[in-house]
Design a protein around this ligand. Structure first.
Ligand code: AMP
Length: 534
């Protein structure tokens, strides 16, 4: 499987940096430092092993179950170096959700790190078909005779790095498949092509003048697409990815200083937490050169406090959904942001180079007048391929509006079209029931579908509560009306929900009520339910 074109897709930037400076540190994790040469050899061994053992059937996708470990990163790079796209999965997810992801992705290969040891046996016991399982950490190796249906390899079975051959990948192949919350009760897989993510990386590398001297934060989970900036912007520039240890994750201000970070990227909630715990001190982060926020609304008090804490940095609020490859609009701000954003929310700015924004009437998709609000649509080279195995939802969200010839992605976000070309686009919230919980994207409809199924009821309502100043929520409260005489064990229901949903999607409270309030249209009045929480 050689590649005459020299095109290596998403892994290409890392491999070029490794060729340029093999002894430079690529990764700091778990108290260890891995040079580019070491991480490359690790990834190449994983890739060569995958290529030697996997059968030709199944989709060209490899699941990687791991997080913030050398093995997890080698797994991601190894999957890519083998010519597959990667499907990130978290060891903290319930086995049932991991199984849905493996099945939906039609993946035949699974790479795991040590953190996956607890959940792995349950996944292997119920896997839909025989898997090639690469345990990169001895601790995750199951009993050798326990799963004869699968081919389980351990760290001692890895092929030598010299066996690796550059894979045949094309710009249109899937680089990663990311499952996001889906309103019908099943997560949906966003297919992002190599050309989409490489375009994003090109733009940010140039815009922020990223270099090998940069040290990057890594606070995002690998199932959140923003983690790709941390890993691949760092490695394309030849810089160092600095993983926080558990203590540093609790104390992010210490992390900035102790890890000598120069590039910071987080959801605004992290900065809010730092502000609330009084760890954002003016001038506290002189070493930061670039600070970026994305994933949810950034409020002006948080932005201002951050700008004062990092006086030497360039600050930007970047915006975008997974379907438009991390981020597609940006707005630079400084300590004077409150005066520039009187409504208290930092604008999302202007499209990235080559991207186009259209603020449209959600019914007709015709552009609204300058200064008016509508749904934000985005087009350009970062628009992803669509939803995996779901042409219907792809057609509904990836559209060609009237008068256009290009595909635009319907973000579902409300935005205000600038009243004049030099003014920024303003973010106004969602048009649907998608919310953000500390940056995690949650379709309340998905929580409701699982609630209905597990409680055996016809209707359930999930509400983001308590709400935060940025328009997101800290958690979820659910309402059920099982009817007179129906017994519902709420504790048992919550335990069952936790077997299917990631922790942040499990309702903290389930309230059983006699009947749902209805609005004038006869629909369940969600606002009336939300008011009962105040
Ligand atoms: P995700 O696909 O998880 O990245 O979530 C995308 C959604 O997060 C967007 O559609 C917005 O609703 C929200 N979002 C992302 N960035 C921002 C931002 N800078 N300001 C406000 N909302 C944002």
């Amino acid at each position: 499987m050689t590649n005459d074109s020299g095109y290596l897709g998403l892994a290409g930037g890392f491999l070029r940096s490794a060729a340029r400076a093999p002894e430079h540190v690529a990764l700091e994790v778990d108290g260890a430092r891995l040079t580019y040469a070491e991480l490359r050899a690790y990834a190449q061994r994983v890739a060569a092993t995958l290529t030697a053992h996997r059968a030709g059937e199944g989709a060209p996708l490899t699941c990687v179950l791991g997080q913030r470990s050398a093995a997890g990163f080698a797994g991601i790079l190894g999957a890519l170096c083998s010519g597959h796209g990667y499907v990130p999965m978290l060891p903290s997810y319930p086995a049932a959700r991991l199984l849905v992801m493996i099945e939906r992705a039609r993946a035949r290969a699974l790479i795991v790190d040590g953190g996956a040891r607890r959940v792995l046996p349950e996944v292997l016991a119920s896997a839909p078909w025989p898997l090639l399982v690469l345990c990169l950490d001895e601790r995750a190796l199951p009993d050798p005779d326990a799963f004869p249906q699968h081919r389980v390899l351990g760290p001692g079975d890895l092929a030598p790095a010299e066996d690796w051959r550059p894979p045949a990948v094309t710009p249109d192949d899937i680089a990663y498949l990311l499952f996001t919350s889906g309103s019908t009760g099943q997560p949906k897989g966003v297919m992002v092509a190599h050309r989409n993510i490489l375009r994003f990386l090109e733009v940010v590398t140039e815009r922020y003048a990223l270099t090998a001297a940069d040290r990057f934060s890594h606070l995002f989970e690998v199932t959140f697409d923003l983690s790709l900036f941390d890993m691949f912007a760092a490695w394309s520039a030849g810089g160092t990815l600095c993983c926080p240890d558990p203590r540093q994750r609790m104390l992010p201000a210490r992390y900035v200083v102790d890890s000598r970070l120069s590039v910071w990227f987080s959801v605004p909630s992290t900065a809010l937490l730092m502000k609330e715990t009084r760890t954002l001190e003016p001038g506290g982060f002189p070493g930061l050169r670039v600070s970026l926020f994305c994933g949810e609304a950034l409020t002006t008090p948080v932005a201002e406090a951050w700008a004062l804490a990092a006086p030497n940095a360039r600050h930007e609020n970047i915006y975008g959904p997974t379907e438009v490859t991390l981020a597609c609009t940006t707005y630079g701000f400084g300590a004077d942001i409150a005066a520039r954003a009187p409504d208290g929310v930092v604008p999302i700015g202007a499209p990235f180079p080559g991207m186009r924004a259209r603020v449209a009437d959600p019914d007709t998709l015709r552009e609204v007048e300058p200064g008016e609000a509508g749904e934000l649509l985005m087009s350009g080279p970062q628009v992803a391929l669509g939803y995996w195995d779901d042409p219907e939802r792809t057609r509904a969200a990836f559209v060609v509006p009237p008068g256009e010839s290009e595909i635009f992605y319907r973000t579902g976000d409300r935005a205000r079209r600038p009243s004049q070309p030099s003014a920024p686009i303003e973010f106004l919230g969602r048009l649907d029931h998608q919310i953000k919980i500390r940056g995690y994207r949650v379709e309340l409809g998905e929580v409701e579908a699982v609630l209905r199924r597990e409680a055996g009821v016809d209707a359930a309502v999930a509400i983001g509560w308590p709400t935060t100043t940025s328009g997101g929520a800290e958690g979820i409260v659910a309402f059920l009306a099982p009817g007179p005489g129906a017994a519902l064990d709420v504790g048992a229901l919550q335990r069952r929900l936790a077997q299917h949903l990631p922790r942040y999607m499990v309702p903290r409270q389930v309230r059983v009520i006699d009947a749902f309030p209805l609005n004038n249209n006869g629909k369940i009045d969600r606002n009336a339910l939300a008011r009962t929480l105040q």
